[in-house]
Design a protein around this ligand. Structure first.
Ligand code: F3S
Length: 413
């Protein structure tokens, strides 16, 4: 790789041992992917911010970097953690995770991170610009940033994100280059998409056939909501390793089908119709009985709009006594929802608005047996895809209306 004089000085250790180690990581990563150079970035979203992922060794690594004088030179936001800092004990999170998480979050914050602890950084203080080079982790946020915002990022892991935050550089390969951002195959959507769950179902269907390839959608309504696009982004990156999609007439690099494909022909054309939708919904419904005990709304993190819809569904009702309802969100969204009374409505009805964590990044293999949860019911395709394999809970999957009826009645119908 060709380095500038300043980058070479960083690699030689002129800016301290933390920056030297960071530059070594970036050069090794860039060379393994054939990058010719580094590009400047001022925007990092850190994936390795949960102790479920970092554990003791990863936490020490981040603390060591801080103690060597590590200082973030870019804007840095952080992904959800393993802990709700206020009600961790009540919801079954182990104390050891609470203690370790405080250390990890403090280490990131000590180097200058904005510890928003959210998987929707684009809604809580880190809104990417079109064309901006970034180093983001969190697969759902990467797809949203590349596709909906037109920013440029690969899927970064914890160490490479940390290295970019310390140096303000990221290797120029993959989705940083225009020629890698064109669509590879076409998905013709031929069924109405009514709510964010339908968008998640489309994402799950497409991700399974995509691998790492970029899909181009036609037939998506021209006015999807932020919530629908985040559900699509999350599901694409769960059942597949997709980092970007185009929706013709919706996303900024796909004003036309020709633009989305860069003038190339699609390698394949698939249809998403009623049969494909039903088949994917059946795939995500792994729990054969009508048993409901743990309900999750807010993957990716719930917006105030979603929290409002949950509150409206619970107005004058109660969550069934055998059901735990989690609405997972960021601290910032929580504060806004609390201010307008939605949190109070949900809590009075017996639900819980959980901050800064989710069943995927908390230690659900400990929480579920401790609380007696045997299944997970959700309106999120991403969570329904991961729950059976990641923490051993079969899922009920359906739209918010169906999920909230299950919350009140205690059965899946
Ligand atoms: Fe966010 Fe957790 Fe879902 S990090 S995207 S709520 S799995």
């Amino acid at each position: 790789m060709i380095l500038t004089d300043e980058e070479q000085q960083m690699l030689d250790g002129d800016k301290g041992s933390a920056v030297k180690k960071a530059m070594e990581i970036l050069v090794a990563l860039g060379e393994s992917f054939g990058a010719k150079r580094l590009v400047r970035t001022n925007n990092v979203h850190m994936a390795g911010s949960s102790v479920l992922v970092a554990e003791e060794a990863g936490t020490r690594f981040v603390e060591d970097i801080r103690d060597q004088g590590g200082n973030f030179v870019t804007r840095v936001t952080t992904n959800p953690t393993a802990v709700d800092p206020t009600i961790w004990d009540e919801i079954g999170i182990p104390e050891a995770d609470h203690v370790l998480q405080k250390r990890l979050t403090a280490a990131y914050a000590g180097m200058g991170a904005n510890a928003c602890n959210s998987c929707i950084p684009y809604l809580v203080g880190n809104n990417p610009r079109f064309g901006e080079h970034m180093a983001w982790g969190e697969s759902s946020a990467v797809v949203f940033a590349n596709s909906v915002c037109g920013a440029r990022t690969n899927r970064e892991g914890g160490p490479s994100g940390l290295a970019s935050a310390l140096t303000g550089r990221t290797p120029e390969y993959g989705f940083h280059l225009k020629e890698n951002r064109y669509g590879k195959f076409l998905v013709k959507v031929q069924v109405p998409l009514k709510d964010m769950t339908d968008y998640g179902t489309l994402g799950c269907f497409t991700g399974k056939i995509a691998g790492q390839d970029t899909p181009v959608f036609t037939g998506i309504p021209d006015d999807p909501t932020i919530e629908q696009l985040k559900a699509l982004s999350a599901a694409l990156a769960s059942s597949g390793s997709v980092s970007m999609f185009h929706a013709v007439g919706v996303t900024p690099e796909a004003h036309t089908e020709e633009q989305a494909f860069g003038g190339n022909q699609p390698e394949k054309v698939v249809v998403f119709g009623q049969a494909e939708k039903l088949e994917t919904e059946a795939f995500l419904n792994k729990e054969p009985s009508d048993h409901v005990d743990w309900i999750l709304v807010g993957c990716p993190n719930a917006t105030v709009q979603e929290i409002r819809e949950v509150a409206a569904a619970l107005e004058g009702k109660r969550v069934h006594k055998d059901v735990a309802l989690w609405v997972t969100t960021s601290g910032a969204m929580y504060a806004m929802a609390e201010r307008v009374g939605y949190v109070e409505t949900i809590e009075k009805a017996g639900g819980t608005v959980v901050r800064e964590t989710c069943p995927f990044l908390a230690r659900s293999r400990v929480i579920a047996p401790k609380k007696g949860y045997k299944s997970l019911t959700t309106n999120s395709a991403k969570m329904a895809f991961y729950a059976p394999g990641q923490f051993g809970l079969p899922t009920h999957y359906g739209n918010l209306d169906r999920v909230m009826k299950a919350a009140v009645n205690g059965v899946w119908s």
